[in-house]
Design a protein around this ligand. Sequence first.
Ligand code: FES
Length: 84
Amino acid sequence: MGITWDCAQLSTPWHHPEKTLLEIASEADIEMVSACGSKTICSTCKVEVIEGLDQLEPRSPEELRIAERLKWGGNIRLGWATRF
Ligand code: FES
């Protein structure tokens, strides 16, 4: 099993303890915008999770705040804040 990045049309290994989606993407040379430098200000690192949402850690209070403000569904996550 792996992570499929539809935007880049490639897959990366699934298990990445302690790493965020942004870090995993970066290591695979998948470009992900992160305009505020992971300060939960801009939301440019958002990702849509199509499958496996139950495998991710719940939203942090900071991520929850921006998700509620922007009225995101549960499958939209901040790349810098989302870990397995
Ligand atoms: S880089 Fe700004 S919230 Fe993700």
